[in-house]
Design a protein around this ligand. Sequence first.
Ligand code: ADP
Ligand code: MG
Length: 273
Amino acid sequence: MLRPEPESIEVATTPTELATLEGRNISAWFGDHQVLDRVSLTMEAGVVTSLIGPSGCGKSTFLRILNRMHELVPSASLAGEVLLDGEDIYDPSRKLVDARKHIGMVFQKPNPFPAQSIYDNVVAGLKLTGTRISRDERDELVESCLTKAGLWKEVKDRLRAPGAGLSGGQQQRLCIARSLAVSPRVLLMDEPCSALDPTSTRVIEETMLELAHEVTIVIVTHNMQQAQRVSQQCAFFLASQGTPGAIVEHGDTEAMFADPIDPRTFDYVNGRF
Ligand code: ADP
Ligand code: MG
């Protein structure tokens, strides 16, 4: 069910560089098991979109489809389209790495390369994308990405120390910095704070709100307060009684929490299942 458009969405300042990501009629299977049924969702430029819903309703699968990770699972298949500013990221003429570098991903469990230095972690994506820049440019990039991820001040004197030496919250911010280094247009975050303490969670939320000015953000979260703090748009996924996951309701976050259209959304956002 689509909510009526809110009267105004606060859009961040540099809209020309921001991308809109659109999933169209996405259905997904693992073998014969269908886990998503015709999910359509537009994740608007300059807006943080939250995906909420009970475990197992296909949120992570949907997020991975947005980044072509779904196709790495041999049993997985898919129907539908994913459009980044109108261009199909599954276009066979498009190289996987080209599609991916525009769409960064951060996972629940921070996964920096543990033995690599903080510095090398940040620039790791440049090798994968074949980006060549000078030593000075690399230094600047490391500083700017760590600053955007809210980590620079804490690590600037130990850039050569291994990523594994950081706290969980710092490691997650390092992962965000690593994603940013290839200048993604969209950042997908799958429960990025679930493994973190409340203080680290707050820092990451503040980082997200800042980043939303330059990258389109999609976050999966089980934390209803978090969805309300960070996102302007929200989609509620549900897979009820053996049916595949689908979107029950999406639209303006404030409206969805204050006055949900569907009774199932009401129950979920009020912690009733
Ligand atoms: P959520 O993130 O909402 O908890 P998921 O997208 O992880 O849900 O899972 C949706 C459904 O797909 C679940 O039934 C899950 O068991 C199944 N699933 C997820 N990943 C795989 C996989 N690699 N192989 C088989 N089934 C999977
Ligand atoms: Mg999940």
